[in-house]
Design a protein around this ligand. Structure first.
Ligand code: E4P
Length: 214
């Protein structure tokens, strides 16, 4: 499974990168709005910090506008992937950008059929938002399971990028289902590493080692 970090904060990205577990980054307008400075410069710095895809999102709603913005974002760095919202205008933009060799991440996906449409249009990644589905009492991971199955049945190249992750259980389930990628907030990535029994074990070994060193 590939692990992306879902943030636009360079310090969080550099920290996760230093742990050797990072395969890419996803940002969105909300995440970029939380950072100081020019968003293009911030995206460039993120691309330079990570050896993998970095998603930046268009805000236009018409296909032509999306394509124009996407071409500009793609110029920032070779690692840039363009997030396009899941609409019919988005599908038109995905078709065009794919033909131009620009990678896309179809965002705000909330059903298996939306994922299928995006894959048919040629998108590189689809992002089902599991946490936001859970918020409306509709199990987000059930949607992911269906998407993975449909893509496997027809050998789509589109990768399933599980998004809107809120807790470690989402990642275990994604792994069991064979989803390609999880994009995870920094605070959740930290939870994947720690375990109270590990801390307790280290404490005990250190205490016992003091007796050996006497
Ligand atoms: C995905 O690419 C999005 O940036 C993100 O996962 C949205 O998550 P949220 O529902 O926590 O805002």
């Amino acid at each position: 499974m590939k692990i992306f970090i879902d943030t636009a904060n360079l310090e969080e990205i550099k920290e996760a990168e230093s742990w050797g577990i990072l395969d890419g980054v996803t940002t969105n307008p909300t995440l970029l709005s939380r950072e100081d400075g020019n968003f293009r410069d911030n995206l460039r710095k993120i691309c330079e910090a990570v050896n993998g895809p970095v998603s930046g999102e268009v805000v236009a709603l018409e296909a032509d506008g999306m394509v124009k913005e996407a071409r500009e974002l793609a110029k920032i760095h070779d690692n840039m992937v363009i997030k396009i919202p899941m609409t019919t205008e988005g599908l038109k933009a995905i078709k065009k950008l794919t033909a131009e060799g620009i990678k896309t991440n179809t965002t705000l996906v909330f059903s298996p059929l939306q994922a299928l449409m995006a894959a048919k249009a040629g998108t590189t990644f689809v992002s089902p938002f599991v946490g936001r589905m859970d918020d409306i009492q509709s199990p987000g991971m059930e949607m992911v399971e269906k998407i993975v199955k449909i893509f496997d049945n027809y050998d789509f190249d589109t990768e399933v990028l599980v998004a809107s992750i809120r807790n470690p259980l989402h990642i275990i389930q994604a792994g069991m289902m064979g989803a390609d990628i999880c994009t995870i907030p920094h605070k959740v990535i930290k939870k994947l590493v720690s375990h109270p029994k590990t801390d307790e074990g280290i404490e005990r070994f250190l205490a016992d080692w003091k007796k050996v060193e006497k």
